[in-house]
Ligand binder design. Structure first.
Ligand code: SF4
Ligand code: ZN
Length: 309
């Protein structure tokens, strides 16, 4: 199989588009897809300070390298990275070392914020309390909500104007479907490549990889020789998201392109759903002051459940 652009031996064929590409054209095509998403969704300006949420996994590490390549073209832009140390025994330490190594290699400022320092307890301690409560929620449910708040805090400390997260096409589609299965229409309308909040308490969040399938970010990192953590989190696989991943991947292998079809469908219907739900009025969290739907924001509600606040 030859590269359709230059005739050199191809390393990858995209089943959903039929393209066969050599190493160089493959790498350029992934970068181009990210740059196009950034441009068409107006994710960045030439003077932005962007904090990348860097977990040390393949997606966030690939994103850091791609944005670093882009930053070099804009002398007034600044790139930084933030890693959240949730406190997961036997897992996070390796990821932190890899994150540090990548930042040092690229000369990117790197900040670390831990659950222990920010909330007073590690995720492992949260999980122990949650298991006693038998709330039915998975470790990932707490981790995701608490990480989001910690990341925002760290990005603000770095004076970042944008917070870039490494959600790829698979994550994005799973999140859209998860919100349907949870019946969470408000969150569904907030599942977008760029998320802003008018009160200014949250740094604008962008998802530059949202058009790149997970398998393609993995191949990108591998072909670039980027070091990333491949050990899975011990809590992974406990959430509904894992079931959805298997279902959607099964559908994609039978019907190539179905992930993009789901994405494009939601892109069309979300504006209409937003219109219907715009009466949802945001309040202020009684504990931390962040915007919330109820008396408390979601992270504070979870912390109250496990008697932290
Ligand atoms: Fe957190 Fe779940 Fe990811 Fe582990 S797999 S880091 S618990 S969200
Ligand atoms: Zn709160």
């Amino acid at each position: 199989m030859k590269c359709m652009k230059c005739g050199v031996e191809a390393v990858f064929q995209r089943l959903y588009s039929g393209e066969a590409l050599c190493r160089n054209h493959y790498l350029r095509s992934v970068e181009q897809r990210v740059y196009t998403a950034i441009k068409s969704r107006r994710m960045l300006t030439p003077t932005d300070t962007t904090a990348v949420a860097l977990s040390g996994g393949k997606d966030s590490t690939a994103l850091l390298h791609i944005l670093h390549g882009l930053e070099k073209r804009f002398p007034k832009a600044k790139l930084a990275a933030v890693t959240v140390d949730e406190g997961i025994k036997g897992y996070r330490r390796e990821a932190l070392a890899i994150a540090r190594e990548n930042c040092a290699r690229l000369g990117v400022e790197h900040a670390v914020v831990s659950f222990k320092e920010f909330y007073g307890l590690s995720l492992d301690a949260v999980v122990r309390r949650v298991r006693k409560l038998k709330s039915g929620l998975t470790p990932c449910a707490y981790c995701g909500v608490l990480r989001r708040k910690a990341l925002n805090h760290a990005a603000k400390r770095l004076n970042a104007s944008k917070l870039a997260t490494a959600h790829n096409l698979d994550d994005f589609v799973q999140t859209l479907l998860l919100n349907i299965f949870h019946g969470d229409i408000y969150r569904l309308t907030r599942t977008e490549p760029v998320t802003t909040e008018s009160g200014g308490r949250f740094v604008v969040r962008i998802k530059p990889l949202y058009e790149v399938p997970e398998a393609e970010t993995a191949l990108y990192a591998y072909l670039q020789g980027i070091k990333f953590q491949s050990t899975p989190c011990p809590y992974a696989g406990t959430a509904l998201r894992s079931d959805l991943r298997v279902i959607v991947n099964g559908m994609e292998s039978k019907h190539p392109g179905i992930k993009y079809t789901i994405l494009r469908t939601f892109e069309k219907v979300i504006p209409a759903i937003k219109e219907e739900t715009k009466c949802v009025e945001l309040r202020t969290c009684g504990n931390c002051g962040d915007p919330s739907i109820g008396n408390l924001c979601k992270p504070c509600e979870m912390l109250q459940q496990i008697n932290v606040i």
